[in-house]
Design a protein around this ligand. Structure first.
Ligand code: ASP
Length: 331
């Protein structure tokens, strides 16, 4: 059986690429890297790779991780001049005794490994940052994948409680339902030899503080694979998954015999107990168990993902929202 899952609507094409690679007999590791590379170069996607939305200081900084079925893993964080960060993460995994390289060190390593430099900021992302910078109270940006083509965006104000209000700017549309602010591409796959692998690649939260690193390059938070049991990946407000080690939590639950959907719900329940959780925060989790059973869940409605297998053409789904459990209500 071959199978691939990718986060978000704009994960549809990366998932197609991943699945095609699996169909050609490539390993799960090669296939998830192929999918990650695709979206890192897709300029219509403003949350991954080149074309991503900058941080507070106007820099696009990228984070990524990759992991295989044997527990090998690699990651890079705060990369400013290289586009294919999932591939650099893979190289860290394969060529160094370390797991993560960050900032200048990651870039020096990338240069020595022969990765080409890339100007990550695009005119569109720069214009968005300039617009954001004019706002005294530091607005949040919300992205929404248009039916076809590029990300659309609006600015919203978020109060202390996390309640949002759309800021009416001339040409910007009012907030529409289904709009998402989190858009990391997480890909997990199983190849024809039953091997699991995963990759996670992102420009992180829009207008994050300069230097902020999210969950995506943190093994166990944004991504975790145990070839014997499961592969799990996360997207959303990274600080939540970092505090809860969400991807590891999912895989560990599977190891303990919990069904995939329940494993996701347990991890989301854990996140619901986070005192920092606000109304505007979203989390999406996906898992593939070693026997090919899989599941995806969002903390709130609006989390979409793509799935493809040898019995299912690449399809976009709306993940259901996790059940709110009693333990959450007690808090
Ligand atoms: N998880 C990512 C981060 O916090 C954001 C996202 O999924 O879009 O950096």
């Amino acid at each position: 059986m071959i199978l691939s899952l990718s986060t978000w609507k704009h994960g549809f094409e990366p998932n197609r690429v991943t699945f095609e690679s699996l169909s050609k007999g490539k390993s799960a590791l090669d296939a998830v890297e192929d999918g990650a590379k695709y979206c890192e170069s897709d300029l219509t996607c403003m949350s991954v790779g080149r074309g991503g939305i900058p941080d507070t200081e106007g820099f696009v900084t990228l984070d990524a991780s990759i992991m295989d079925h044997e527990g090998n893993c690699g990651a890079v964080a705060f990369v400013r001049n290289y586009e294919h960060v999932a591939s650099i993460a893979r190289r860290v995994m394969e060529k160094t005794p370390h797991i993560m390289l960050a900032g200048d060190g990651a870039e020096l390593f990338a240069e020595r490994e022969g990765f080409p430099k890339s100007e990550l900021i695009t005119a569109k992302a720069k214009a968005l940052w300039e617009e954001w910078r004019k706002q005294p109270d530091k607005l949040h940006v919300r992205l929404r994948r248009a039916q076809e083509g590029e990300h659309e965006y609006v600015f919203v104000k978020v109060d202390e409680e996390g309640k949002e209000a759309v800021v009416d700017r001339n040409s910007l549309a009012a907030r529409q339902s289904g709009m998402e602010s989190h858009d990391t591409i997480g890909i997990i796959a199983m190849d024809d030899r039953g091997r699991l692998a995963g990759a996670c690649t992102t420009s992180g939260l829009a207008f994050k503080l300069h230097g902020r690193v999210g969950d995506s390059p943190i093994i166990g938070a944004g991504l975790y694979v145990d070839g014997k049991y499961a592969a799990a990946v996360a997207t959303g407000t990274g600080e939540l998954m970092m505090r809860a080690c969400s991807a590891f939590h999912v895989v560990e639950s599977i190891r303990q015999g919990i069904e995939p959907i329940d494993a996701l719900e347990h991890a989301l329940d854990r996140i619901r107990t986070d005192r920092h959780l606000k109304d505007d925060m979203q989390v999406g989790l996906m898992v593939i168990r070693a026997d090919g059973a899989w599941a995806a869940r969002g903390l709130r409605s609006g989390f979409q993902y793509a799935a493809a297998s040898d019995t299912r053409a690449n399809t976009l789904y709306d993940a259901e929202t996790a059940i709110v459990r009693d333990v959450v209500q007690q808090l």
